[in-house]
Design a protein around this ligand. Structure first.
Ligand SMILES: *Cc1c(COP(=O)(O)O)cnc(C)c1O
Length: 228
């Protein structure tokens, strides 16, 4: 698509900025994974970014991902797809089949569904998604995710009651606050629970997130341009 010709160049710039921030933070060069957030963009707008070598992508809706990604996966090997939007329990099966990482586990009813669907998918295909727990660090009523004080107990239940292996945490800081205290809080919660994956930082603030220990940054508009 004519207007998306810049996506490749922007991808290169974002990659350079990530590398720079990672090295400046004194971290290993490959410590941070770029999740390219392709929500709302069509398969023909995503393809050039795949051609440029990007393989890890984020989508926020199960239905939308289902229309775009099976075809793209046939054309490009090695895609890793992350669900970064809220997951309804009745879509858990589809999400387990479609995604490699579910970043938005945030409540008992969803954990219970995943505990049914993940072993089923494992038995059928030998693969299952990795899981992150979403934390509502700003305790915003309209936002998904667990309140910070609920996380330790929820992680305990995932482990002991549902036998789910959680790999890390994800957060979306409030839009109207400096993000750094939220990134720092997410890291503290992860550290005390022995979790090593931290998905935090978007187009506007991924460098600060890397400074504070992000292992995954979710960058959309800085690569794909503004969403219509
Ligand atoms: C849309 C979205 C992003 C990407 O946001 P940009 O500001 O476009 O980089 C990251 N994380 C989540 C959860 C999103 O929904």
């Amino acid at each position: 698509m004519g207007t998306e010709c810049g996506a490749r160049e922007r991808l290169v710039e974002v990659r350079h900025a990530i590398t720079r921030a990672t090295l400046e933070a004194g971290r290993a060069e490959d410590a941070v994974t770029l999740v390219a957030v392709s929500k709302t963009f069509m398969a023909d707008e995503i393809a050039p970014v795949l051609e440029a070598g990007q393989r890890v992508f984020g989508e926020n809706r199960v239905q939308e991902a289902k229309t775009k990604w099976p075809g793209l996966r046939e054309r490009f090997a090695g895609v890793e797809l992350h669900l970064i939007g809220p997951l309804q329990s009745n879509k858990a099966r589809e999400a387990v089949q479609l995604f490699d990482v579910i970043e938005t586990v945030d409540r008992d009813s969803l954990a219970e569904e995943l505990a049914k669907e993940i072993p089923r998918e494992m038995a059928k295909t030998g693969r299952a998604p990795r899981l992150l727990v979403q934390v509502n660090t700003g305790e915003e009523p309209q936002k998904a995710g667990l309140a910070p004080h609920e996380v330790d107990a929820f992680l305990g239940a995932c482990r002991d009651r549902w036998k789910l292996q959680v790999e890390g945490l994800m957060c979306i800081p409030p839009a109207d606050q400096p993000p750094s205290p939220h990134f720092a809080l997410l890291r503290v919660i992860a550290q005390r629970n022995g979790l090593k994956t931290l998905s935090m930082g978007m187009s506007a603030d991924f460098e600060e997130a890397i400074q504070l220990g992000a292992t995954h940054v979710r960058v959309g508009s800085a690569i794909f341009g503004h969403r219509g």
